[in-house]
Design a protein around this ligand. Sequence first.
Ligand SMILES: C[S@@+](CC[C@H](N)C(=O)[O-])C[C@H]1O[C@@H](n2cnc3c(N)ncnc32)[C@H](O)[C@@H]1O
Length: 162
Amino acid sequence: MRTSPWTTAVETGTIRNLDEPTMSTQRLARGLGRRGVLWSVDTSLDAILLSRSVVAGGPVRFHLGPGAGFLRGWGGPPIDFLLLDSANDPDTILEEFLAGWPHVPRGGVVFVDDAGVFPDGTPDPKSLPRKGHRIPGGAAAVGGRVVVLDGPRGPQIAVWKD
Ligand SMILES: C[S@@+](CC[C@H](N)C(=O)[O-])C[C@H]1O[C@@H](n2cnc3c(N)ncnc32)[C@H](O)[C@@H]1O
């Protein structure tokens, strides 16, 4: 169970351009303030350099490389909040989810943006975003509680570790 006021957050997929409205790295950094740290992971050096300039001075550390490998090798404190927003590929996101899940403490949560699922969690075959297509199945396999959220730009998935 998470009890510390310090939050450890990880995101796969950092800010890659300034036109996308999400700006997750900046939002998470602002939300954390001085109460935690965000690790932001991306395979693109250009994206990392851009994102780093956006959050300069904030509580963010960067890692260049695939999200799943980073999560598999995680040796830090429990990950209270994990945002999966890298490749628009259900297999990649499932791999990240399964790699990150063991590091999430009870009370922690994994978020998947651009999930492309219906409210009951089944994949929407017509949706271009499809990051969450394999997440409900993966969550069921590890005992995660799935909540599909009606996000401002489409469905997102939260998987809670109760
Ligand atoms: C949708 S963008 C992330 C947007 C960002 N979260 C935001 O809100 O502004 C996806 C990013 O994931 C990166 N990416 C693609 N495949 C990846 C992987 N396997 N591991 C880590 N990052 C990856 C891309 O380089 C790109 O910068």
